[in-house]
Design a protein around this ligand. Structure first.
Ligand SMILES: [Zn+2]
Length: 263
């Protein structure tokens, strides 16, 4: 079974990449522009596997096009470059809404009181099976006054975080020492970040990251790719940890030097 999966994926990776998809990458995915030729080829190979294996579903009247599929796949697969990957094994379908959507929630506080209602959301990642995205929010990727923003990178970081069975801000590490190193670094950086948010400092990271270590990892992933120069300047240890995990160094990408990391 594993062998069949591996050979099927190899075949998919070697298929010719459709020129219409290439145009979508060039015109709709600013981060693609920053990648080296080798990374672009690796990304395109991953996109072929990703699109063959994941289901897309339109909700709220949106029709799923190749533009939507390729744009999501490209950003999801950016997080997989240079690493051994099983292509988000817990994920089977991606639901896309045209805009923010209402989702029911139920919350249990420390006193045991349950609150329920509806939330406006731009995306969410479930531990089993599904990821939800707002198309309008996907168009807002970049850097604004609230820090770096990229809903696709954010939700797919949650998927990586869940791969070891628990969404706690620490993704899967094959080596225990690397996992420990990550946990120590992120704990210190998270506490520092929460203090800065409390003091109202100008954010490099989306203040929403102060909600929990899991949200901190997700917003740090957004900044790592969307605003790497500033992230490296203000949170060097965090940047280096992310760089070891993602095996990439976006602060050294040519486009990020000329435009200050925005896209
Ligand atoms: Zn989140």
């Amino acid at each position: 079974m594993l062998f069949i999966t591996a050979s099927r994926r190899r075949r998919l990776r070697n298929q010719p990449f459709p020129p219409s998809w290439e145009r979508i990458l060039e015109q709709e995915v600013p981060l693609y522009d920053s990648l080296s030729i080798t990374d672009r080829e690796e990304l395109k190979a991953h996109i072929q596997v990703f699109l063959a294996e994941k289901q897309f579903e339109g909700a709220g009247g949106i029709v799923i096009t190749d533009g939507i599929r390729v744009k999501i796949a490209a950003q999801a697969c950016l997080l997989l470059l240079h690493r051994e990957t099983d292509y988000y094994p817990g994920l089977s379908s991606i639901v896309v809404y045209p805009d923010e959507y209402l989702a029911p929630f139920e919350e249990l506080d420390e006193a045991g009181v349950v609150t329920s209602g509806t939330d406006r959301r731009s995306g969410e990642s479930w531990e089993q099976g599904t990821l939800v995205l707002s198309w309008a929010d996907m168009q807002m990727a970049g850097v604004d006054g609230e820090g770096a923003y990229n809903v696709v990178l954010h939700e797919f970081a949650h998927q990586l975080d869940a791969e070891d069975g628990i969404t706690d801000g620490t993704p899967f590490f094959p080596r225990r020492a690397a996992r420990k190193h990550w946990q120590r670094t992120l704990e210190v950086e998270y506490e520092r970040f929460k203090e800065e948010v409390a003091q109202g400092k100008i954010p490099v990271l989306d203040p929403y990251g102060a909600e929990s270590p899991a949200e901190f990892f997700a917003v740090a992933t957004e900044a790592f790719f969307e605003n790497p120069g500033e992230l490296k300047e203000h949170y060097l240890a965090l940047y280096e940890e992310l760089s070891r995990y993602y095996r990439q160094d976006p602060a050294a990408w040519p486009a990020t030097i000329s435009n200050g990391g925005t896209s």
